[in-house]
Design a protein around this ligand. Structure first.
Ligand SMILES: CC(C)(COP(=O)(O)OP(=O)(O)OC[C@H]1O[C@@H](n2cnc3c(N)ncnc32)[C@H](O)[C@@H]1OP(=O)(O)O)[C@@H](O)C(=O)NCCC(=O)NCCS
Length: 330
């Protein structure tokens, strides 16, 4: 069952810190004031202290007790520049370039996590996904066993029986046109994430074709990726390729894919590319009344997550909790 209560219980025992890169954004300050008041996760705001307090006062949020770090006045900046140059030495980054890059909140905040000054990072309220995620790809890197960073969304809405309806969708945000093997990795990480949120995954590889009804490279890609994922994860119901109606409607599934265990009951959806994924989760969110949590980045060495620029303070607060819970190894 999806519930923030369990994640908060984990955080209460672990005293984690989270970098929030958009330190002067009122939504970040509202979420920070809530985190500070509840005292289970410590925010580290990036930006100029005077400006952050000014915005907090103007917006009426109490952020007393928050750590604030200004990249222009960071006492360990020389150490950070040295480590950054070491990490990017294959790219031939000069000291001057490193100092300039580290003035940017995203690179600076990511280095705070890399160097152990913080446990995790949440950014993107005022930056694009690419600007938020690129430093993580370059500096935090993939964890052992992972070859790519992918992402998923967890979608939640109240169900008819009172229990929440919880779905997982990947990859809606990072890999623009993943190949077969990348889709297998995205699916396996999405399955892992789905389980963490209480989903018993039934995984549909989505397409414009169901079980060979349509032809094309994109159809083959989804069918082959489904087969490979199934071979590697025999205990999880996985099927594809299939259309979305066959994935979720038992009636359509009966007609289009009667042999499938997943069709009609899918709750974990793997999209063929970022166009389909990004449009798909936003339709569920805006027209299906699901709350969307994510993108949750998968496969990184430390949790770094990205907000939508249209996020609300409540979404910032929720994503901060999810991000920090991953730092506790949930
Ligand atoms: C994620 C993204 C920003 C990476 O693009 P990029 O920075 O141009 O990528 P590059 O090819 O220059 O790679 C930069 C680094 O990241 C690494 N990288 C890129 N994609 C990666 C992935 N999926 N997994 C792991 N590492 C990745 C590269 O290996 C490279 O590392 P290096 O610099 O150490 O050699 C890009 O794929 C993208 O824009 N995705 C879509 C984001 C988006 O707009 N989403 C929609 C809104 S939610």
């Amino acid at each position: 069952m999806f519930g923030f209560g369990q994640l908060i219980d984990v955080l209460k025992k672990s005293h984690k810190t989270i970098v929030l890169t958009d330190g002067t954004d009122a939504r970040i300050l509202e979420a920070s004031s809530r985190l500070l008041a509840s005292n289970f996760l410590k925010p580290i705001l990036i930006g100029k202290e005077d400006r952050i307090y000014e915005v907090a006062e103007e917006s009426g949020f109490n952020i007393r007790g928050a750590s604030i770090i200004d990249p222009d006045n960071f006492e360990d900046i020389d150490k950070m520049v040295e480590q950054f140059m070491e990490l990017r030495k294959s790219k031939g980054v000069t000291e001057e370039e490193a100092r300039k890059i580290l003035k940017g909140n995203n690179y600076f905040g990511t280095m705070l996590v890399k160097m152990g000054y913080a446990d995790c990072l949440l950014g993107g309220a005022s930056y694009t996904t690419a600007d938020t995620v690129r430093p993580a790809l370059q500096l935090i890197k993939t964890k052992p066993g992972s070859h790519i960073v992918g992402s998923c969304f967890i979608l939640v809405r109240p169900g008819a029986t009172g229990a929440n309806e919880v779905l997982a969708m990947g990859d809606c945000s990072i890999n623009i046109n993943p190949n077969e093997d990348e889709l297998v990795e995205i699916a396996e990480e999405t399955i892992r994430c789905a389980k963490l949120f209480g989903i018993d995954p039934k995984v549909a590889f989505l397409s414009y074709s169901t079980d060979g009804s349509g032809k094309g490279e994109a159809v083959d890609k989804m069918r082959n990726a489904a087969r490979k994922t199934k071979e590697r994860n025999p205990d999880v119901p996985i099927d594809g390729e299939m259309q979305f109606d066959a994935a979720v409607s038992p009636h359509v599934a009966q007609k289009k894919f009667p042999t499938s265990q997943v069709a009609g009951n899918a709750n974990t959806f793997i999209f063929p590319d970022i166009n389909a994924g990004n449009i798909g989760y936003k339709i569920a969110q805006r027209m299906g009344n699901f709350d969307a949590y994510g993108p949750i980045l998968l496969g990184l060495n430390s949790p770094i997550n990205d907000l939508s620029r249209g996020c609300t303070a409540t979404e910032v607060y929720s994503m901060a909790i999810i991000t920090a819970a991953f730092a506790c190894g949930i």
